[in-house]
Design a protein around this ligand. Structure first.
Ligand SMILES: [Zn+2]
Length: 107
């Protein structure tokens, strides 16, 4: 799995141009469809995310190109998880952290 920083349109263009490298062998990744659609909770509400999938023709491994704003296999965005961690560091308990993040709609 790769974590990418930009939008899915740019990732698709990079893949189509052969500019994305395989983290395993350094080969050029090619587009290979999409990962499963999932719902991610962000600070502004729910977002539907569908990551690009790529395959390396050299080693045959497929990779899921996960947007940097999400965390792999998690329903909360990196921003929501970071806010919860920051609240914990600031001394908040789990109930107040849950109340803080529950203000955002649950999936
Ligand atoms: Zn490879």
């Amino acid at each position: 799995m790769l974590v990418v920083t930009d939008g899915q349109e740019r990732v698709g263009a990079e893949l189509a141009a052969g500019r994305a490298a395989c983290p395993g062998c350094g080969g050029r990744l090619r587009p290979w469809g999409f990962g499963p659609r999932r719902v991610v909770r962000t600070s502004s509400g729910l977002e539907h995310v569908r990551a690009r999938r790529a395959v390396c023709p050299a080693c045959g491994v497929t990779h899921l190109l996960e947007p940097a704003s999400t965390l792999p296999r998690m329903r909360d965005s990196a921003e929501v998880v970071g806010a919860a961690w920051q609240a914990k560091v600031d001394g908040a308990g789990y109930r107040s952290i849950a109340a803080l993040t529950a203000g955002r709609s649950r999936p």
